[in-house]
Design a binder for this molecule. Sequence first.
Ligand code: SAH
Ligand code: ZN
Ligand code: ZN
Ligand code: ZN
Ligand code: ZN
Length: 518
Amino acid sequence: MAAPRDGLATVEAEGIAGRQASSGVEAVFPSDPATPAPLCPHGPTLLFVKVNQGKEETRRFYACSACRDRKDCNFFQWEDEKLSGARLAAREAHNRKCQPPLSRTQCVERYLKFIALSLSQRKFCQQCQQLLLPDDWEKHQEHRVVGDISITQLKRPSQLLYPLENKKTNAQYLFADRSCQFLVDLLSTLGFTRVLCVGTPRLHELIRLKASGEKKSNIKSLLLDIDFRYSQFYMEDSFCHYNMFNHHFFDGKAALEVCRTFLQEDKGEGVIMVTDPPFGGLVEPLAVTFKKLIAMWKEGQSQDSSHKELPIFWIFPYFFESRIRQFFPSFCMLDYQVDYDNHALYKHGKTGRKQSPVRIFTNIPPNKIILPSEEGYRFCPLCQRYVSLENQHCEHCNSCTSKDGRKWNHCFLCKKCVKPSWIHCSICSHCALPDHSCGGPKDGCFICGELDHKRSTCPKIAASKKVNNTLFFRAVRKQKQRKSNKMKMGTTKGQSMNHTSVTRKKNRRERAHQYLCS
Ligand code: SAH
Ligand code: ZN
Ligand code: ZN
Ligand code: ZN
Ligand code: ZN
């Protein structure tokens, strides 16, 4: 059966590119608690519907919330499909089989044994991404094993483990040092004492490093992440195996309570949630989850502070601004550009493009958030916020209008500031790229814009798929392509990740996937 999973995130991505979703899959949410969603190995599935322009709503179906690639989780069920007892039992067995080989408690026991070993006995299998106890050595004899794992290394698991870059599931992009340091300093300046890290393993570890360092910072951190490998390095109270697309705790009630206690400590005072979800993910399920975490925090509030909001940093690309504000109207977008280590495009310096499109969305008043002047940020007294160097205050809009770090120009006909590459088109009566096709969005291919085929059969996709398959990249690429119309499809990942060959990464990805899903 060909399940309509293809392009689960296209709706968001097409939104980025400024087109109407003419055909794609949209998520819908069962508001009826009487019909709970069926479970896949990653917790409750989400209900999706494929929408086709000009057609009535087609059949709805359940699919995995976390894996946007069928290779990672192939769960599929029509909403109205009735399963036999035998098939239900088989599914349950499959879900059980897919759970991590060790329980959370077993992981903690192993960790305690591991740190008690002498340095020469502390080994790590790079192939299995696992800390080894002496009893395991034999099994990993033929593997790439590194020894002498120091306590310092144990405190930096995001450097010991390789990033899981399979774009459609983990999309693990680690903060560059500069950005991570900036975040930790900011959290401490703002006076937070607890940080709920949702999908931010590197931030989590830096907070803990600082807390155990000389100048004790005394900030506590709890990491919620779907990457089970991290459970080897943390005790129960600092890591929960978690799915942020459906608020699912893989270790059940005990883990949920860890999270609740953390949020509600000190009557909920001093806590902030920081999240950096995979960019290909749908905004709506994330918003639903974050609202559940907010509700959990609120339960612990005293009556008189019921108007307060849980402080949040949601790290996401700037072109999701309107989407995020739909769910969180009080959020504003900071001008700070978040940089990544292992990202071809969003790495500061020679290999990456200079301007990262990733920003911080927050409900903290922006005038409280001082951006580093060494990096060119300055305070705009009129806007009461820090802005990037080239973001100039427009006297007509009465605001610093640039979103992407470049200087935008005011168009008097549109009565707003627009990207520097745009010109006013008298046919469309709004600003657009010089080479746009007049008449607005057409029902053509999402990749190249041609009208005679769809994204799935685009001749250009074959080339781009090999190297870079996220919708997010496609959307960014498409923007670029529109701009110059000369751009080649795809950026070779190998260029920026020169220390790893593409094949090796592919193998790693597959292994990582086996590890996570078997
Ligand atoms: N910049 C962050 C990492 C962000 S990458 C840092 O350096 O700390 C996205 C993170 O979200 C990864 O750690 C990935 O494992 C996690 N993740 C991906 N899908 C997830 C899901 N469904 N639920 C929870 N975490 C997820
Ligand atoms: Zn799944
Ligand atoms: Zn303006
Ligand atoms: Zn204009
Ligand atoms: Zn036009």
